[in-house]
Design a protein around this ligand. Structure first.
Ligand SMILES: NC(=O)c1ccc[n+]([C@@H]2O[C@H](COP(=O)([O-])OP(=O)(O)OC[C@H]3O[C@@H](n4cnc5c(N)ncnc54)[C@H](OP(=O)(O)O)[C@@H]3O)[C@@H](O)[C@H]2O)c1
Length: 350
């Protein structure tokens, strides 16, 4: 049995579900892959919980029941300790980074990833910020240190788009990619099409749990821009979120656009558009009702990829949700253990 020591940074919705799924699937993973993941530390915003040397199942179960920000109040916890100190002390083989996606160079996630790589750990991300801000830097840094970064949970978290591009399309070039990659805005647009006004639609999306209370990053196109930048970096050339042009936001003006489109039997979708040799864009597009992408409902995600060999490929599936995101993190951890390369550009492979 291969025993793998991991560190978990972030213990909110996704971090906790990751632990739940790890506990629930321990036997399956051991049986099928002869691997056991042992969590050596969990960090939240207020401190770190350490194991001796890894955190036992009963303590993990207790941790799942403590309130936010209180993981270090348990036995083995160190209040005020930072995630980076934990990485340096424990030197885990892999670090799972699931702190909030904040697109600011001061976000602690950047240092978390840097320190993890410097200490020889592979990094598994659901947090989009490190690669949206500094894709090229991190990929080169990982390659030079002999580590890998896995990020399937950052875009279309429940559908293996990143693996598809990285492994499935290896050796082929993507000419264009159009994606519905933000479930919240697709859901809100759907409600506006059903006749609700913008404010009512957003309110309903929050009440039904399809929009976070802090939904501005979705409606302003920032989440979509982050995903666009990661996909562009992966499949075309490395850029930053700041290079993405946000043409439209989802606001009151959308009501009129939807109304006009409806009168022409067209559907409005909020998409990321990636064209080789052009800056990626986040914008509203109108599609014919027959277009498969026009039929993508609610929080579903969908991408249409056109390769330079003129194939059109469509991938559709869940984009987010804590359960599928946690399972995707587990999948990436298994890729890390199996030494399946996780860099974002073949040229950087060591
Ligand atoms: N939810 C999804 O379906 C989904 C899907 C794909 C990707 N993602 C991404 O996954 C990440 C996590 O999402 P989430 O919904 O789990 O967020 P969340 O519930 O807000 O949890 C974030 C966690 O990070 C911790 N944290 C904040 N700053 C920290 C720091 N400096 N050091 C250590 N821990 C810190 C928080 O600590 P406290 O507990 O102390 O507040 C909290 O435990 C985000 O980047 C999100 O964009 C989410």
């Amino acid at each position: 049995m291969r025993e793998v020591r991991i560190g978990l940074i972030g213990f909110g919705n996704v971090g906790r579900e990751f632990v739940r799924q790890l506990l629930a699937r321990e036997h399956i993973i051991a049986e099928r892959f002869r691997v056991r993941f042992n969590i050596a530390f969990i960090a939240d915003s207020r401190g770190v919980l350490y194991g001796t040397p890894t955190i036992r199942r009963d303590l993990l179960e207790k941790a799942l029941n403590v309130p936010r920000g209180a993981v270090s109040s348990l036995k083995g916890g160190v209040r005020g300790e930072s995630a980076c100190s934990a990485v340096e002390k424990v030197r885990p083989e892999a670090v799972v980074e699931v702190t909030p996606s904040v697109y600011d160079l001061n976000t602690p996630a950047l240092e978390n990833v840097d320190v993890a790589l410097e200490n020889g750990a592979d990094v598994v991300l659901a947090n989009k910020a490190p690669l949206a801000l500094r894709y090229e830097y991190f990929m080169k840094r990982a390659a030079s240190l002999g580590c890998r970064i896995f990020f399937k949970a950052c875009v279309m978290a429940g559908t293996p788009l990143v693996d598809f591009i990285m492994y499935g399309l290896r050796g082929r070039e993507i000419g264009s990619l159009v994606g519905i990659l933000n479930g919240t805005t697709n859901y809100v647009l759907g409600l506006i099409e059903d006749g609700l006004n913008f404010r009512e639609a957003v309110k309903r999306a929050v009440v039904e749990g399809y929009a976070e209370p802090n939904y501005a990053t979705d409606l302003e196109g920032i989440d979509l821009a982050a995903k666009a930048s990661i996909l562009y970096s992966l499949s075309m050339k490395p850029i930053s979120i700041n290079d993405v042009i946000i043409e439209n936001k989802i606001d009151e003006s959308v009501e009129e656009i939807v109304k006009n489109a409806r009168s022409k039997r067209l559907k409005v979708k909020y998409v990321a558009v990636l064209l080789r040799n052009e800056a990626p864009r986040v914008k509203l597009v109108t599609l014919s009702e027959e277009d498969i992408m026009a039929r993508v409902k609610g929080v579903q995600n969908c991408v249409k990829i056109r390769t330079l060999d003129e194939s059109e490929i469509l991938l559709m599936g869940p984009g987010a949700g804590r359960r599928v995101t946690a399972l995707t993190l587990l999948s990436d951890l298994l890729l890390s253990v199996h030494k399946i390369w996780g860099g974002g550009n073949q040229a950087w492979k060591k």
